[in-house]
Design a protein around this ligand. Structure first.
Ligand SMILES: Nc1ncnc2c1ncn2[C@@H]1O[C@H](COP(=O)(O)OP(=O)(O)OP(=O)(O)O)[C@@H](O)[C@H]1O
Length: 531
């Protein structure tokens, strides 16, 4: 490949011939493992009796096969007259196998239908009936199951039911599932299971996140899930970049933004070696493929050159172009979609409010605080400048308000997040830097003070509330400038099961380019007093 071409966008196909060995290895991998003994399986709901039946019937199948082999041996001694018996047995065996396969397929279909899981790809592994199957089917180590118990997770979420078996069976995967539906565990857990034990064999897994905040959060989640094992899980911080000889860095899982990792790849001396990476996750993958991050993401994907690498893409939004990239770059990948492709999480009550003007927005906001302030609450605006302006307006009101955007130092950003998590701040004003991936427990309400710039951004922003099955609320202010784009939001609302007034449905659709209208500044000062 030429030096400066994009790896992701050149339509590279996996060379099955060249990697025939790996290909065969994937095929050979067993999906069931009978020796997983965990003391604590009773904690998990025993929905998995069907799965156990499958394991039992697979064993039966094995037994039958042994019988067939014995018959074959017998026929050798007995002479040719026993051959027809062998053929009959073999045919019977094949029929039974086929019947069992059909039954399994039906069970899979039923389970996928129940949880709104849609899959495409060859031989997609069966979804999980429950967490206990991680042990019975995949021999998951008991410390990992104990960690699930400690985290209070009783049942897998739909994306976890399907994506975990896909990744455990060594398949690449691109997945879309609603915000707050546990995608992090869906990619971290199989990674920990596959890595098995810590090793000093260079960097073994990489998780790319679009912001430092998300990278820090994902590192923390990884550590929680890996507790009890001595995996080296590292966050790519400025200090690490500055002070580390990457040629000597033992690291099982590295979590980073694409920019920081690219800088380490391009270092002249002691640069990072990603050629042994076995697992690569692109979280918020559609964001990573946007123009601003594409080049950096591309260099990381290219540097992860291990031919048997397992790559996966996760997001709550999966535009067609990301699917196209996934299909060209990935090998025999499985596509997993949970719910409707253009929907937001169904647990969020979505409202649109016509605020008339910029002044109207501020009035409406203050009025809603006066009627019922329901913290913690996030307010999204379209720019750094507007975030500061709104903060300037609200900081003297009797609410605890904070602000976050990319012009703050790393330390300031960390402090703002810590204060919000700790409940010291009730209302956090943010730009889209916080619009994706961040998991703040119990955010009750998201206000889109400024209309989002695209449908995906709407879905991610409002998805900061209504997480892990909790109820959330999303209020979106709009002015005349935003009216042409209302229909696009209405589509998301309809797809997520919200009621939408008929006049909105009748509006014409407008192709949504990035929507950043020039807005009047946020201020209650009379115009002649503004600086
Ligand atoms: N099986 C489970 N049962 C209950 N809660 C879970 C389960 N799995 C994950 N969670 C919790 O759900 C919350 C949301 O998970 P996570 O942040 O992974 O969502 P996500 O799908 O990545 O969302 P987003 O698209 O916004 O990034 C977290 O607080 C997590 O601890």
């Amino acid at each position: 490949m030429e030096k400066d071409t994009s790896f992701l966008l050149t339509g590279i196909k996996f060379n099955k011939k060249r990697f025939a060995g790996d290909f065969a290895r994937f095929k050979k991998r067993k999906q069931s493992n009978d020796d997983g003994s965990v003391d604590d399986l009773s904690y998990f709901k025993r929905e998995d009796t069907e799965a156990e039946n499958v394991v039992v019937s697979v064993n039966k199948k094995r037994k039958r096969k042994t019988k067939a082999e014995r018959v074959e041996g017998f026929s050798v001694f007995k002479g040719s007259d026993s051959v027809p018996v062998v053929i009959n047995e073999a045919t019977e065996q094949e029929e039974n196998n086929q019947k069992e396969l059909n039954r399994q397929n039906e069970r899979d279909l039923r389970l996928r239908k129940k949880y709104g899981i849609h899959v495409s790809g060859n031989n997609v592994p069966s979804p999980l009936q429950g967490f206990a199957e991680l042990s019975t089917r995949y021999g998951c180590e008991s410390y990992l199951l104990h960690n699930l118990v400690k985290l209070g997770f009783k049942e897998p979420t739909p994306i976890q039911r399907q994506a975990i078996p896909v990744l455990l069976s060594g398949r690449e995967c691109f997945a879309k599932a609603p915000t707050g539906s546990g995608k992090t565990l869906a990619f971290v857990y199989p990674m920990l299971m596959k890595l098995k034990q810590p090793s000093k064999d260079g960097i073994r897994a990489v998780i790319l996140c679009h912001t430092r905040e998300l990278a820090a959060q994902t590192t923390r989640e990884c550590k929680k899930m890996a507790k009890g094992n001595k995996f080296r899980i590292k966050l790519m911080t400025k200090e690490l970049m500055r002070n580390t000889d990457f040629t000597k860095l033992p690291c099982d899982i590295l979590v980073s933004t694409p920019r920081r990792l690219q800088l380490c790849i391009c270092k002249k001396k002691k640069k990072i070696d990603l050629s042994r990476v076995e697992y690569l996750v692109l979280d918020e993958s559609d964001k990573l493929f946007e123009r601003s991050l594409l080049e950096q993401t591309d260099s990381v994907v290219k540097a992860c050159s291990n031919p048997s690498i397992i790559r996966s893409l996760f997001s709550a939004t999966l535009p067609d172009f990301v699917e196209d990239v996934a299909r060209t770059v990935m090998h025999d990948a499985v596509r997993v979609i949970v719910g409707d492709k253009n929907a937001a999480s169904e647990s969020i009550k979505q409202k649109l409010i016509f605020a008339g003007s910029e002044e109207g927005k501020l009035l409406a906001l203050r009025q809603s605080f006066a009627e019922s302030l329901n913290p913690p609450m996030l307010i999204f605006v379209q720019s750094i400048e507007r975030a500061e302006e709104l903060y300037g307006e609200l900081k003297f009101d009797s609410i605890r308000v904070g602000v976050i955007h990319s012009n703050l130092s790393q330390e300031q950003r960390e402090n703002v997040i810590d204060d919000f998590r700790a409940g010291k701040t009730w209302v956090l004003i943010a730009t889209d830097v916080l619009g994706r991936g961040m998991d703040f427990k119990g955010v009750k309400c998201v206000i889109n003070y400024d209309f989002p710039d695209c449908a995906a951004s709407y879905i991610h922003r409002i998805g900061r509330s209504g997480r892990a099955g909790r109820i959330g609320e999303a209020i979106t202010f709009y002015t005349e400038d935003d009216i042409p784009y209302l229909r696009n939001i209405a589509n998301v609302m309809i797809a997520s099961g919200c009621e939408v007034p008929s006049w909105l449905i009748d509006m014409p659709k407008k192709k949504w380019k990035k929507h950043y209208p020039r807005r009047e500044s946020i201020s209650t000062k009379p115009k002649d007093q503004e600086e």
